[in-house]
Ligand binder design. Structure first.
Ligand SMILES: Nc1ncnc2c1ncn2[C@@H]1O[C@H](COP(=O)(O)OP(=O)(O)OP(=O)(O)O)[C@@H](O)[C@H]1O
Length: 263
């Protein structure tokens, strides 16, 4: 395993000078413009920022779903920037968990089968106790044989969380994991993610537009115009909203100026 010289050993993810340009450098869209960011292991991080600020791109680069144009990404101690497609697929399958806004469950499979799927794909046999334990943790022990279509949105997202937890990944990435849930269900899902961080030391990184969701995190990192535009630790929903308002109001100011202005 290759460690980057700037790697903090407690960082489960580290982006170093990550730049992502869609299209070519001259006419393309600069989605990330030199992002350097470390995510401490065993913490819950929320990424926020105005629409188009590069949040999803940052998450996709960190998770090996997208390749930076330049810069490096170190995940769980491994520089993933130079990996082949096959190696990236394996990495995503074995060391990363994903929770999406749209749940992405397989409709023909039962709850248990959906949760076992990542282990099966990795050629591992799921121990029944392991699966039972994770199902109990998300509170779906009485729904094991149901199919996704027979479950509420919140229950489906809980299946997705169980599926993400089953491989004990280095990091769970969530792209708007509560985006399609009502307030109360969203809070339940956030509490589950929080619990995974607290009880098993899971590392979780989510992108969200919701200050209440972000307030469940240990740390909120703000992006604006593809650059880091500040952060909050132990955030409150109010403080997050205020910062978002400032970022929106200052949308035409270069992000470099914002960083100074916010501190
Ligand atoms: N596949 C793509 N091709 C071209 N441009 C893209 C592509 N994906 C994203 N972009 C552009 O890159 C910039 C950052 O997009 P990104 O989706 O990362 O932002 P975001 O902060 O997640 O936005 P939102 O909050 O609206 O989901 C935007 O200007 C977007 O239009």
């Amino acid at each position: 395993m290759k460690m980057s010289p700037n790697q903090d050993s407690d960082d489960v993810v580290r982006l170093h000078s990550v730049r992502k340009v869609y299209g070519n450098e001259r006419n393309g869209v600069v989605a990330l413009d030199g992002v350097t960011l470390g995510i401490a292991r065993g913490t819950f991080t929320a990424v926020m920022g105005p629409s188009g600020s590069g949040k999803s791109t940052a998450l996709h680069c960190a998770a090996g779903l997208d390749r930076p144009t330049s810069g490096t990404v170190v995940l769980d101690g491994q520089d993933i920037t130079g990996l082949s497609e096959r190696e990236l697929t394996e990495l995503r399958r074995e060391r990363i968990g994903f929770v999406f806004q749209s749940f992405n469950l397989l409709p023909a499979l039962t709850v248990v089968e959906n949760i076992q799927l990542p282990l099966r794909l990795a050629g591992r046999r799921a121990k029944r106790t392991e699966v039972d334990d994770v199902i109990a943790r998300v509170g779906l022990s009485d729904r094991k044989g149901h199919r996704p279509g027979e479950l509420s949105g919140g229950q489906q997202q809980r299946v997705a969380i169980a599926r993400a937890l089953i491989t004990r990944p280095a990091v769970i990435f969530g792209d708007e994991p509560t985006g399609s849930l009502d307030t109360r269900t969203a809070l339940e899902v956030l509490a589950l993610l929080r619990q995974a961080v607290r009880e098993v030391g899971q590392s979780v990184v989510i992108v969200t537009h919701d200050p209440v969701a972000a307030a469940h995190a240990d740390r909120v990192v703000f992006l604006a115009d593809g650059q880091i535009a500040g952060e909050l630790t132990s955030p409150t929903a109010h403080a997050v909203s205020e910062r978002m308002t400032q970022l929106g109001a200052w949308a035409d100011v270069p992000a470099a100026d914002l960083t100074g202005g916010l501190r």
